[in-house]
Design a protein around this ligand. Structure first.
Ligand SMILES: [Zn+2]
Length: 321
């Protein structure tokens, strides 16, 4: 009996000590959780950064993980070259830790925008990058700003984002670097996947015809020729001469299928298709992601979607009219 009592008291005490230890351990966990939560609260209190357009926002989110909130100034589908920013865009910059731009003359509105936002640091993701130049037409010799259309170059964008995030949040260095290497591995395999897909097109048909000359980097990476209605959307004027020149090139090269982009009207390109005998092969996403339910809600989806259309459109031979 006695022994039993002692034993049961001992067990009771032991349980009490155990409960106390668990209670303390849980408290420590809870407090630690609170500390982390206090540093990076979800929602509006989380430190946030802005990008000029949706594609950069997606790249930046892949680096930020849960540490930073990333928002795009322009919405999906917006024309980003000559975007007219609004007073509410300026209001949204309040409290931003960083603003990320592409550069190479892409965002014609950006310097004016930055003057209005006051003292927020900004980073140009193409800084130090050797651009491809626009060949011919009114913009001849100027840098082509669409460098993100090459996955290899997008990896360089990611490196720049990591550096910029570490500057504003040094404690996150390990997390940013680790997120970036996971994402760059995905871009590396995307590059291989796109190369494999495009190399299935017969060599003589690797000729890409678009509205904007935004595919120069992609065409260079994967050994394609390109022609377009206008060099950059900032100067998206369709002239009869540009249309006639393009129709001539399509006929000469027997291009079976031509395309246009989501942020501009495809009307002129439809006319070109009719006059040249080419098929209109669908809408590319280049300067903007689609919304979440569309075919290009992420940068990786965007390139996959475009390359799927190209591969399908150029694998057929031209129907002679
Ligand atoms: Zn563009």
């Amino acid at each position: 009996m006695f022994n039993k009592k002692v034993i049961s008291e001992y067990i009771y005490k032991k349980n009490k000590i155990l409960s106390l230890s668990i209670f303390l351990a849980l408290n420590i966990l809870f407090l630690t959780g609170c500390v982390n939560k206090n540093t990076y609260k979800p929602g509006n209190d989380k430190p946030f950064v802005l990008t000029t357009f949706t594609i950069l926002a997606d790249l930046a989110r892949n680096v930020a993980g849960d540490r930073l909130l990333v928002k795009s100034i322009t919405k999906p589908g917006a024309e980003i070259h000559s975007y007219q920013f609004t007073p509410s865009d300026i209001v949204k910059t309040k409290g931003a830790k960083l603003i990320i731009e592409n550069g190479l003359g892409l965002e014609a509105w950006f310097s004016k925008f930055m003057i209005s936002t006051g003292d927020i640091p900004n980073v140009k993701l193409t800084e130090g990058m050797k651009p491809l130049l626009i060949d011919g037409d009114a913009y001849s010799g100027k840098p082509n700003p669409h460098a993100w259309m090459s996955p290899k170059r997008a990896m360089k964008y990611v490196d720049k984002i990591v550096d910029a995030f570490i500057t504003i949040d040094p404690d996150g260095a390990l997390e940013y670097s680790s997120n970036a290497s996971t994402y760059k591995a995905k871009l590396e395999s995307l590059d291989k996947e796109l190369r494999d897909s495009l190399s299935s097109i017969p060599k003589e048909r690797r000729f890409l015809v678009t509205c904007e000359g935004a595919f120069t980097y992609l065409a260079r990476d994967y050994g394609m020729k390109e022609a377009y209605l206008w060099p950059v959307n900032a100067e998206s004027q369709v002239t009869p001469r540009r249309m006639v020149n393009l129709i001539k090139k399509i006929k000469e090269n027997e291009v079976p299928t031509i395309f246009c982009e989501s942020t501009v009207s495809a009307d002129a390109q439809m006319e070109v298709a009719k006059s040249s005998g080419a098929v209109f092969g669908g809408t590319f996403y280049v300067d903007s992601l689609s919304d979440l339910n569309g075919p290009a809600p992420t940068y990786i989806d965007l390139l996959r979607h475009n390359v799927r259309l190209i591969t399908k459109g150029l694998s057929i031979s031209k129907v002679k009219k």
